[in-house]
Design a protein around this ligand. Structure first.
Ligand code: 3PY
Ligand code: MG
Length: 258
């Protein structure tokens, strides 16, 4: 097994998306914005490579910057894509958020890409942004990595029990916007529905039954109370874009003379 000689610090930190945590969701690829947002005190940063401007080079640059400020990051990969999942973890991500999962087979593919053999088929090649740090042994990397499967399609909701039961799926991650589109309901209606058979309680119960975590994307602080009311306490509370808009509104309000 590979071992580095002069390095001492371990780059991996466990549980990027921990209990009762607030994350910031980065759509842009600006390193200084990432640093500033991480420094504001969010518990984790999610880099959005599905809808955001984050390509492979930006991933490495942002990963390095976030390592410098000591903030864990995860990557929302573009889809159930083996190479993107591996590249994200190689770049130092503590976990991946896998979107567009439509079946238990898709969730299995996400697990295969996230873990080294024997559980998965991840290829060896950590390209950690922390050049002074030794990559962990494969068993340790596997023990610490977070594989979050998004529940945002009708198929994933249908298979939520089976997905939650899969060895290697550590977290169910609610994507309220796509799920509301798939179910033809508004986001507000979806999030406020607390009946037993409603989608969000089903997701939470499946996770609890299989001792998996649940997280959700709010995107704007206004969406957070409804998620907390549903018992979800790991939340991406705002995107970088929402934060810029909120800051702009505040700057104008503070200087309004009219
Ligand atoms: C969703 O709500 O569908 C998301 O994927 C959040 O970006
Ligand atoms: Mg989505």
């Amino acid at each position: 097994m590979y071992s580095a000689t002069t390095q001492t610090r371990q780059p991996w930190r466990p549980a990027a998306i921990g209990p009762d945590s607030r994350g910031v969701w980065l759509m842009g690829n600006d390193v200084d914005v990432a640093r500033r947002l991480a420094g504001a005190g969010f518990d984790w940063v999610a880099l959005d490579a599905q809808h955001g401007a984050i390509d492979r080079s930006a991933l490495v640059a942002l990963g390095r910057a976030l390592a410098d400020v000591g903030t864990n990051f995860v990557v929302r990969v573009p889809g159930v894509e083996h190479s993107w999942i591996g590249a994200s973890l190689d770049a130092g991500a503590a976990g991946v958020i896998v979107p567009s999962v439509a079946s238990v087979q898709d969730a299995r593919a996400a697990v295969r890409a996230t873990y080294y053999p024997p559980l998965g088929e991840r290829s060896w090649g950590p390209f950690s942004p922390m050049w002074d740090a030794a990559p962990p042994p494969t068993e340790e990397a596997d023990a610490q990595v977070q594989c979050a499967v998004m529940i945002e399609t009708a198929g994933a909701l249908e298979a939520v029990e089976e997905i939650a039961a899969l060895d290697g799926v550590g977290m169910l991650f609610l994507g309220p916007v796509d799920l509301s589109l798939a179910l033809d309901r508004s986001v507000a209606d979806l999030l406020s529905d607390t009946r037993d058979e409603a989608p969000v309680p089903r997701i939470r119960r499946a996770a609890e039954r299989h001792r998996k975590a649940v997280a959700a994307f709010a995107g704007h602080p206004d969406g957070v109370p409804a998620m907390r009311a549903q018992g979800i306490d790991r939340i991406a509370v705002a995107t970088d874009i929402a934060i810029v808009a909120l800051g702009a509104q505040r700057a104008l309000a503070l200087t309004d003379q009219g």
